[in-house]
Write a protein that binds this ligand. Structure first.
Ligand SMILES: Cc1ncc(COP(=O)(O)O)c(C=O)c1O
Length: 341
């Protein structure tokens, strides 16, 4: 082989029989080959296992998918390049023109954007209620055929708690699928409720170090199968290197989760005791209106705390630049997430 050709066909080293690496490899190959064309055809017809093209499936991603599905207590998972990709791809795959989706005003801004702008472009209508408005949910679900209900708990950033049992009962009675963005609660929470589809931003608890983005859609095999063709055709695939980093992050998930929740509670208590703070939003505080519901549903209370200064927006502008240990990541807004909390 000429050297110019050889560099394109380097020596391959496979592990000998009985010899294994303790950490899974990063399969960065875009393409995977079979022994011959007949085997490739069998794979493409769904008659044999294997991998073909990384946009559709990849062994490094698959290891992480199986881990996350198991932690969340469901059968299958599809990874995406960000949490928002998981939200938009999932809803685009579930809905068709003329469908109606129930969402909530306390949800993450881009999730509301998907309902209000992206799905609206394709003739999917929506209703936005407060996550606390149980009567409204019952009224909407009884009166309007609804394809899906998408909700979060705790919500970002005002940490309101959805009553998951009530919501899933109402939705299943109305024949609507429940889609829960479980990012703020974590993979080990809410799995015992009959939620149809869990979404996660892996950018947060999973990766854990603020240096890699990802998303996950977790559900039964049947639902993942139903959505998969549409989702992989939208092309939001996670990069195998990112999948590897997230999988590494997951090794310390429980350690970090516990410590972060404990720290969040300490910070929330400290803030709540300070007269310069008007209001603290953290479900772990006994003063949180849904503290008991959060305790019943989650065990821990999550790692996100938000608060409002007594001095209002002007005081926030003075306060934020004076932070020493906490890093300022965002411009502070006069309202939280577009909501008057
Ligand atoms: C609850 C929730 N869902 C989804 C996302 C989106 O995740 P990503 O930033 O990975 O796109 C976020 C990000 O902050 C979030 O807080």
């Amino acid at each position: 082989m000429k050297k110019g050709t050889r560099v394109n066909h380097p020596p391959r080293v496979s592990l000998p029989e009985g010899n294994r690496s303790l950490v899974g490899p990063i399969h960065s190959s875009v393409k995977f080959a079979f022994e011959d064309v007949a085997e490739t055809a069998r794979h493409l017809q769904g008659r044999r296992d294997g991998f073909f093209y990384s946009r559709t499936s990849n062994p490094t991603l698959r290891e992480l998918e199986l881990l996350l599905a198991e932690l969340q207590g469901r059968e299958d998972c599809l990874l995406t390049g960000s949490g928002v990709a998981a939200v938009s791809a999932c809803l685009l795959a579930l809905c068709r023109s003329g469908d109606h989706v129930l969402g909530f005003i306390e949800s993450y801004g881009p999730t509301r954007y998907v309902l209000q702008h992206l799905l609206a472009k394709f003739g999917v209508t929506h209703t936005l209620l407060s996550i606390e408005d149980k009567a409204g949910m019952e009224r909407v679900l009884a009166g309007t055929p609804t394809r899906a209900v998408i909700f979060e708990s705790p919500t970002n950033p005002v940490t309101k708690i959805a009553d998951v049992q009530h919501l899933t009962d109402q939705a299943s009675r109305a024949g609507a699928l429940t889609v829960m963005d479980n990012t703020f609660a974590g993979f080990h929470n809410h799995g015992s409720y009959p939620v149809d589809i869990f979404l996660h931003s892996l950018t947060k608890f999973a990766s854990g170090h603020g240096d890699v983005m990802g998303g996950a859609i977790i559900a039964s095999k049947r639902l993942i199968e139903r959505m998969k063709k549409d989702i992989v055709t939208l092309g939001p695939t996670l990069d195998p290197h990112a999948a590897f980093l997230i999988q590494r992050g997951m090794r310390t998930y429980f350690l970090r989760y516990e410590r972060q929740c404990a720290t969040a509670l300490q910070i929330a208590r400290l803030l709540a005791a300070d007269p310069r703070v008007a209001r603290v939003h953290y479900p772990g505080l006994e003063s949180h209106p849904q503290h008991e519901l959060a305790r019943r549903q989650m065990g821990e209370f999550g790692a996100v705390v938000s608060f409002e200064l007594a001095g209002g927006h002007d005081e926030s502008d003075r306060f934020a630049p004076r932070l020493v240990t906490a890093q300022r990541g965002e411009r502070l807004l006069p309202t939280i997430g577009g909501l008057r909390a």
